[in-house]
Design a protein. Structure first.
Length: 212
């Protein structure tokens, strides 16, 4: 993926028959939208009356959260690139020759590596999404009331990122033969989706309580 591309161009590529971008890239983009929205809430809070009413501990928490979200903006864009690279690498392995037994062994080895890499990217993205959730929660707790709904949107988008990533982990697990490895990954995915749902529910409950 190019470093800078217009939204129109990206949507056009996403809707085309091109191999990339795909669902993993879209999941990362959704995460970037979540972190950006959360950063916006902090930027529209810092320096405002509500911000000045907080003690230094809360102010520092908000300041640190803004910096973290700005870093996540870049990280999520990087995940878009990593997802596309992992997919193309896996497709390259599928194209390897399998005419001889040696070639078959090499191809199977490269396919396993390709699947592991292809699932590691969304797995790590899901973990990063969970870490980002704590900053979305801070935005819902202390953000400017006039943009508090944006913290809620950020929570919803982030859940989509995590659930989508876990779906992509699952599809790539289909190419892994190590059952213990698969079971371990699936258990961790179950834990992450439960934690993500808990975060989303907690944040939305808080946001709705502030807009009623």
């Amino acid at each position: 993926m190019e470093k800078k591309v217009s939204i129109e161009s990206y949507i056009c590529d996403l809707s085309s028959s091109k191999p990339t971008p795909g669902g993993g890239s879209a999941a990362a983009l959704t995460g970037a939208l979540s972190s950006a929205l959360t950063a916006m809430v902090f930027n529209l809070t810092i320096g405002k009356k509500v911000y000045e009413s907080y003690n230094e501990e809360i102010k520092n928490k908000i300041d640190d959260a803004l910096k973290a979200c700005e870093e996540y903006n870049q990280l999520m864009v990087e995940f878009m690139k990593r997802d596309e690279e992992a997919f193309l690498s896996l497709m390259k392995a599928f194209k390897l020759s399998k005419s001889t037994e040696e070639e078959k062994i090499l191809r199977n080895k490269e396919l396993t590596k390709g699947y592991e890499n292809a699932l590691e990217v969304p797995f790590t993205l899901a973990k990063s999404g969970l870490e980002l959730y704590k900053y979305v929660y801070i935005a819902a707790q202390y953000g400017n009331a006039s943009v508090i709904s944006d913290a809620g949107v950020g929570a919803i988008l982030l859940y989509s990122t995590i659930e989508s990533s876990i779906l992509n982990v699952n599809i790539n697990l289909s190419g892994i033969k190590d059952e213990k490895y698969k079971e371990n990954i699936l258990n961790k995915c179950d834990e992450m989706i439960k934690e993500a749902l808990d975060y989303k529910s907690k944040i939305l409950e808080l946001v709705y309580s502030k807009i009623k």
